[in-house]
Design a protein around this ligand. Sequence first.
Ligand SMILES: [Zn+2]
Length: 458
Amino acid sequence: MTKTLLVLLFAFTVQAEPPDFAAQTKSFRETLTALVRADTTNPPGNEGRVVKLIAARLKKEKVPYTIIEFAPGRQNLVARLKGMGGKKPLLLLAHEDVVGTKDQKWSVADHDVTEKDGYLYGRGVIDDLGMATLNLETFLAIKKSGVKLQRDLIIAFTGDEESGGLGIQYLLKNNPELINAEIALNEGGGIVLGPDDKVKSVKLGVAEKIYVDLEFKTTGDTGHSSRPKPNNSIYRLAKALDRLANYKAEERLIPVTRAILKAQANLEQPPLKQAMLTLANSKGKLPESSLKVLRADPVWSAILKTTCVATMLSGGTKTNALPAEARANINCRLLPDETPDQMRERLIKIVNDAKVDVQIVGEHSSGPASPENGVVPSAIRELIREGYPDTPVIPTMATGASDSLYLRAKGIDAYGFDPLAVSESDLMREHGVDERFRISSIQPALELNYKLVLKLAQ
Ligand SMILES: [Zn+2]
């Protein structure tokens, strides 16, 4: 390597002054308060309100941005900080909409931010306006610092995450170049505080089960119910459902679920601890005695297999008419290495009746798990080791779905990691009453997010 090249490299990697995190904490609180007050309860969403606030801030800081309307009054916003193009971009994603508070009895104003007993309360402070604010502040701090980035840094704010992800889907379909990235950070994991408010563990979302609805439909001869005919659509459907009810789904481990069990075992007590370790290290057939222990817990049972369950039923139109048609909705949650089409084929075999029509309902995305040992997990592990020694980083697979699912389906390695530390019990308040997090979590989150983004993008 020539001397000039070395000097050049040094110039590119030189550290800029770190931001004033105390000032940033103040700005974080102001931004979060404004976003919560915007009230983006979904439905209807009204995400344009949050977009307006973020756009005003970006304009003030002279950052260009793109607004994409996916429905009237409902918008996504994307902005980019150019890097040198040495690597593909890093995307910081957060959603703008929040879950409603109707019929919930809050002890403070729901769509405002209230400081009480060292906490900030308000709908969305955790899910997901806290992360939206954090991403915005980090993005602006990095711009201000003038640090040279290897990758472009993209921030995206999407709507409708809480009702199926219309915002991200629209973006990926119509403007995919805006958020095309190699890696992404999103909600769905993060720093977990124990009951003593000390950092207990870090959950890193690497995969999500795939949500898919299928419909069983049967048809039969109609006519007057006083003259029954052999071809009854309800009986036929009932038989199909009975076969599904008696079907035992195969329990199996994939690399990501093995890694989850191995890491999670550190936090568990016997006999669950031992069962998890035995399964994680097993070769060939999974040992029945360990499976039994996990099956006793619905959460751990769901990690072992794809699940399908009948959730809705309809048929017939009149009490005295033979039913022309009967339908059942089957809700499936697939392990991430399967596809909805494979599931449909399997259900057709289970039902084993050519006269039962099995169809996938609605649009679905499926994507593989993000690599459990990729650049993002390595960077997070390293920073956690530095900041919170001896804290386990546990990979997780969500049984629900977030916007990450759509990113993974497009080949973007998305990870669930929110640096804003929240206690286990406060996490339970998401979507519920008195959503809150500790004020003392803000500054460490800003510092960690800044370091993480630099580590990944510089
Ligand atoms: Zn969320």
